[in-house]
Design a protein around this ligand. Structure first.
Ligand SMILES: Nc1nc2c(ncn2[C@@H]2O[C@H](COP(=O)(O)OP(=O)(O)OP(=O)(O)O)[C@@H](O)[C@H]2O)c(=O)[nH]1
Ligand SMILES: Nc1nc2c(ncn2[C@@H]2O[C@H](COP(=O)(O)OP(=O)(O)OP(=O)(O)O)[C@@H](O)[C@H]2O)c(=O)[nH]1
Ligand SMILES: [Mg+2]
Ligand SMILES: [Mg+2]
Lengths: 294, 276
């Protein structure tokens, strides 16, 4: 593990006054390697390591810990700072405003938007909110069926129209929310490529028509280097308010989360930890930092 | 030029970064870059030839493409497996379309009995492509669906049975065991089955895809990879490491969301994509 490797490098520093340039460079190489193995984007990894090297060089070695431990702490703290802070609670409807809070779920194909929409609805209901799930994916075979099945499992209403355009469905859903007295509308949109211009335009239209309080980019924790390109494109077209990480119950290190956070500058809000609808928790930067650093 | 000239550190680093950006993985990126540096030194090439050397080095590691291997007699059974959301169900539809169009008698087994509307999703695809879909009630035993479908394939003189399975993370031992059971059951219904086990990988994935391939390989004998979502900007470079370490070749590439969006793996196109 990285902390073990760093401890090794600094073992020889016992009794010295401060971390030397050579030790720091050697440690920097180890950290870069660990980050790349964790799927952190190579440019983000480079910047992160340069920042660490600056912070560590010439730092006074605290007499209470070994230099290796101190270095590990510098790295860990920097990663936690970059990943955080956690902003878990999602925007709620304003009391007496008469209009529901709208949460819009967007992202690449298969990231976990539909499942996460249902998880969020279940959680919102447990917090005393009255959510409405909206099947805005009219393209994928049985996408609406999938959302309706999940909605039934948790006793949450699902609004959908088998045909019609997604923006129209979302507008109609807001009207339905008012009729039903729902205070939270969760828009489950179709997965799409950031390079698909008409489909990206469709998202812009939906956002324009529904004025969401939250636009959440759903990211698969197993994602690799290229995902920052997708994140950037989505971030350029939409006023994203956060990132949701899914499939953290796997053993992917999750470095893409660091890269996307660094590039978008938007908070990671929630994480999915399983297929069942209760497998869902607020983002914890400390835990993800440990996971990425290995 | 002249033999013995070396690539400078910056050039080697730049090679590595190209490979890293394509998700080749840390180890493969370093190893391939080193091999190219050696080849450069040995061949006396010009710096302008580095890309050609890199191309050659990677191409040398890839297997030529092949179609599904059909059983000499009786139905061929192809299992489609992988972690959640990679594109298995859509890939099954594409394979059904491809082999129906080539004149094969194809049926599909909906063995994802777990996920919401999984069977419905596949049933719609099968109707669109015009192939029968064998299914059972929700929550049923996936192995039972596979057994029934395999028996049906044998008795109906079907050429190809494609089996769609539920997405599963390799970290769940009981789910990997379920997959092993499906394989055993298929073999009981049709001797020699499954003849192909295709691991569907998401081109957007990082190095975890190598871990996925390793673990799925331990549970079942993976015979090939279908690399989905190559119509995006991700390049799926981890498949080089999967070939190197596990000798599992890429057979197909997914290039979109319709039943026609499947291409046989083409190493030249793939490598051009990696190098950008
Ligand atoms: N293990 C695990 N699986 C998950 C998690 N979240 C979603 N999944 C699974 O991932 C797969 C894809 O999830 P979906 O919710 O259909 O993804 P999506 O983004 O809506 O997909 P598209 O609408 O096609 O873009 C399904 O098999 C889900 O059960 C998670 O946190 N852990
Ligand atoms: N752009 C693109 N999208 C794809 C491709 N293959 C699949 N998809 C999309 O990816 C999403 C997931 O596809 P599925 O076929 O449901 O994936 P799966 O592996 O069966 O998912 P689970 O059964 O939930 O594990 C859908 O939105 C598909 O349309 C591809 O080659 N290109
Ligand atoms: Mg969906
Ligand atoms: Mg599926």
């Amino acid at each position: 593990a990285l902390s073990g490797r760093l401890q090794e490098i600094f073992k020889r520093l016992r009794g010295q006054g401060h971390l030397t340039e050579a030790n720091v460079q050697e440690a920097a190489r180890e950290i870069r390697k660990a980050l790349l193995e964790a799927d952190v984007h190579y440019k983000v990894a480079k910047e992160f390591v340069e920042d660490i090297a600056r912070r560590a060089a010439g730092q006074e070695v605290l007499s209470s810990v070994t230099p290796g431990q101190q270095f590990v702490k510098v790295v860990y703290d920097a990663m936690v700072a970059l990943l955080g802070p956690a902003v878990p609670s999602l925007a709620r409807a304003v009391e007496g405003a008469g209009s529901p809070a709208v949460w819009m779920m967007v992202g690449l194909q298969g990231a976990g938007k539909t499942t996460t929409s249902a998880k969020m609805a279940k959680f919102a209901a447990s917090q005393g909110q009255k959510p409405l799930l909206v099947g805005a994916d009219v393209k994928r075979p049985a996408a609406i069926d999938q959302l309706k099945t999940l909605g039934k499992q948790i006793g949450i209403p699902v609004f959908a129209q088998e045909s019609g355009d997604p923006a129209g469905v979302c507008r109609a859903a807001l009207a339905q929310a008012r009729t039903l007295g729902c205070d939270t509308v969760i828009l489950d949109t179709a997965g799409r490529l950031h390079i698909d211009a008409p489909l990206m335009e469709e998202l812009v239209r939906i956002a324009h028509d529904t004025k969401p309080q939250e636009i959440l980019w759903v990211l698969d924790a197993m994602a690799g280097q290229d995902v920052v390109n997708a994140a950037k494109s989505f971030g350029e077209r939409l006023a994203l308010t956060g990132i949701v990480l899914t499939k953290l119950d796997g053993d992917a290190r999750g470095g893409a989360a660091l890269s996307v956070k660094a590039v978008l500058g938007k908070p990671i809000r929630l994480v999915g930890t399983g297929e069942k609808l209760d497998r869902f928790e607020p983002f914890n930067p400390e835990r993800i930092a440990s996971r990425i650093l290995g | 030029g002249g033999a013995g000239r070396s690539l400078d550190t910056a050039s080697i680093e730049s090679l590595e970064e190209t490979l890293l950006a394509a998700d080749c993985g840390v180890r493969a990126a370093a190893e391939i870059a080193q091999k190219v540096a050696q080849a450069f030194r040995a061949s006396g090439a010009d710096p302008g030839d580095v890309r050609a050397l890199l191309r050659q080095e990677i191409l040398g590691r890839l297997a030529p493409p092949r179609e599904l291997r059909f059983a000499p007699s009786g139905p061929t059974v192809a299992l489609v497996v992988g972690v959640n959301g990679t594109g298995k169900t859509t890939t099954v539809a594409k394979l059904a379309s491809r082999y129906s169009a080539s004149g094969k008698k194809v049926i599909v087994a909906a063995a994802d009995t777990f996920r919401a509307a999984a069977v419905e999703q596949l049933a719609i695809w099968c109707a669109r492509v015009g192939v029968p879909c064998v299914r059972t009630q929700e929550g049923g035993d996936p192995a039972a669906v596979v057994f029934d479908a395999a028996q049906a394939a044998a008795s109906r003189s079907v050429d190809l049975l494609l089996v769609d399975t539920a997405g599963r993370l390799h970290t769940y031992h009981h789910l990997m065991q379920e997959l092993s059971k499906i394989v055993r059951v298929a073999g009981k219904a049709v001797p020699g089955a499954p003849h192909e086990v295709l691991l569907v990988l998401d081109a957007n994935g990082g190095q975890n895809a190598l871990a996925q391939a390793r673990e799925f390989q331990k549970a079942v004998q993976v015979t090939g990879v279908a690399l989905a979502k190559m119509d995006g900007t991700a390049r799926g470079g981890i498949c080089v490491a999967i070939q190197d370490e596990l000798a599992i070749p890429v057979l197909f590439v997914g290039t979109g969301e319709t039943a026609e969006d499947l291409a046989p793996f083409d190493p030249e196109t793939y490598v051009d994509g990696l190098l950008g």
